[in-house]
Design a protein around this ligand. Sequence first.
Ligand SMILES: Cc1cc2nc3c(=O)[nH]c(=O)nc-3n(C[C@H](O)[C@H](O)[C@H](O)COP(=O)(O)O)c2cc1C
Length: 190
Amino acid sequence: MTTTPEILVICASTRPGSLNRRLAAAAANRLRAGGAVARLLDLDDYPVPLYRGGVEATEGVAEGARRFAADLARHDGLVLASPEYNHSMPGALKNLLDWVSRIKPWPTAGVHTVLMSASTGALGGARGLEALRITLASNGMRIHESDYALPAADQVLTERGDLTDSGESDRLDAVLKTFLAATGASDGRR
Ligand SMILES: Cc1cc2nc3c(=O)[nH]c(=O)nc-3n(C[C@H](O)[C@H](O)[C@H](O)COP(=O)(O)O)c2cc1C
């Protein structure tokens, strides 16, 4: 177990002005305030081509997927903030996860992960997280019991990652607190 938990925080949207990026920043800020190291990255840090078996057969596993695997191995947990696209996860995220699943043993196996989503909609992207949970669990991730889905995110989340709604702020703190405790309670991954 490491003394200072090191958490990878990934935003699955690269859109300029992304609400999920703001939420990821909010999570990273709070993790740091709680004594953890938090590294905030997004899908552009792990570029991969569209998965096709023929490409894998001739070129091997894409470099971006290997980099993601290495980052998972050197952190104690993952915060994944993902938009909901059509009640599921963005194709770009699924594509990266498909690539990573081709590495054996699975780099995702046993990784403590908490799922988050921000949306302008009333459910905050909660249905997308359900789909994401199924995919990640199939590759052995340890998904934290509580997700965090933020509705009307454009009204309560500033660009710096401040949550202006005190109820939502408390709810995010509570999810991250139990998540950090869960990562600390394990044997650690490094
Ligand atoms: C292709 C696409 C599909 C979407 N599907 C949903 C959806 O099913 N549910 C929802 O609440 N919002 C949906 N949205 C809206 C996104 O949640 C919203 O644009 C959000 O701000 C995207 O995340 P971002 O701000 O981090 O880029 C969709 C957006 C796109 C581009």
